[in-house]
Write a protein that binds this ligand. Structure first.
Ligand SMILES: [Zn+2]
Length: 318
């Protein structure tokens, strides 16, 4: 119960607890009461402002967390998709590998068959049968199916690569031999005016042995070395005119005569197709042509079979 007392500047509060208990009086000056009310109002206001500020802050934090969550969900989904793509790619590669392994298996089987056939042809029948039996048992025995043992594949690939090395070595030897074997025409023209062997000598009109072939050519046409080799002689005399002798191997030499001039000197290495001089009519000659000889073990042989083993022209282009 609140009652205003005699003076307007003072407020009295009466607290009445109940029957049989004394009443308590609380007196306050009006100023004090106003200050208290103002303090309470300020406290309530500040608290409300703090609560509102905090609430707004929390809302912002919630929004931020929600957006981060969405972002993480998005990136997780992207990672999942990428992982899925990787798995698909790897599965594809694995399939390819299986297909390739099967293809290699087939090729190896073909090669083994071929090897056995070659051994048989080469007269190694017994050995071929033994070898064929060993691998044949695993191939055509009770196993069956498309299963490819990697160990077996490895060992056979190893064997195959050794054989390929062997074949490559043989090819290199063969290539070396070929490079040193006369195998192209020594001039661009293809007209043989006089062959190898016994013929009527154009000067004496008697039968005589012609050590080489005469190939028609215009004065100044390039003359090429017909194989890799070493110039062992270059000179001039009354019969040969200007001439060049090239040694290709211990056994094989070629001779070029009646040249207008020589472009190489004794001691000079030459390659097949290299220009070594020009067609002329020097020495014992009736007109411009090239006299070409091939010697095997220091005996002249018919150069015709050596003319175009390889269909290669001279490299000195015109
Ligand atoms: Zn001749």
């Amino acid at each position: 119960m609140i009652r205003r007392t005699r003076k307007t500047s003072e407020w009295t509060f009466l607290v009445i607890p109940g029957a049989g208990r004394s009443v308590t009086q609380l007196k306050f000056a009006a100023g004090t009461l106003a200050v208290s009310a103002a303090l309470v109002a300020a406290l309530v206001g500040t608290t409300a402002a703090w609560l509102i500020a905090n609430f707004a802050d929390s809302e912002r934090q919630i929004e931020h967390l929600a957006s981060r969550l969405a972002e993480q969900e998005r990136s997780a989904a992207e990672e999942l998709a990428a992982a899925d793509r990787t798995i698909r790619r790897l599965q594809g590669e694995l399939n390819d590998l299986f297909v390739r392994a099967a293809q290699i298996e087939t090729k190896l089987a073909e090669l083994e068959t071929l090897e056995r056939q070659i051994r048989v042809l080469a007269g190694e029948g017994a050995a071929a049968n033994d070898a064929g039996g060993a691998s044949g048992t695993t191939r055509f025995g009770g196993e069956g199916g498309a299963y490819v043992s990697t160990d077996r594949l490895d060992s056979r690939l190893h064997g195959l690569s050794a054989r390929i090395d062997e074949i490559r070595g043989s090819f290199q030897q063969l290539e070396d031999v070929l490079r040193k074997t006369p195998s192209i025409w020594p001039v661009r023209t293809r007209t043989v005016t006089s062959g190898f062997g016994v013929r009527l000598d154009p000067f004496t009109r008697k039968y005589a042995f012609h050590n080489g072939i005469d190939i028609d050519g215009a004065a100044g046409d390039p003359v090429f070395s017909t194989a890799d080799g070493l110039v062992i002689e270059q000179g001039r005399n009354a019969v040969y005119g200007n001439f060049v002798v090239i040694e290709h191997t211990e056994d094989i030499k070629t001779v070029y005569m009646h040249l207008l001039d020589a472009a190489v000197k004794a001691g000079e290495p030459v390659e097949r197709g290299q220009r070594i001089g020009r067609v002329g009519s020097t020495g014992r000659s009736t007109g411009s042509h090239l006299h070409y000889e091939v010697h095997v073990n220091d005996e002249p042989v018919d150069p015709k079979p050596f003319l175009s083993i390889k269909g290669r022209e001279g490299r000195d282009g015109r």
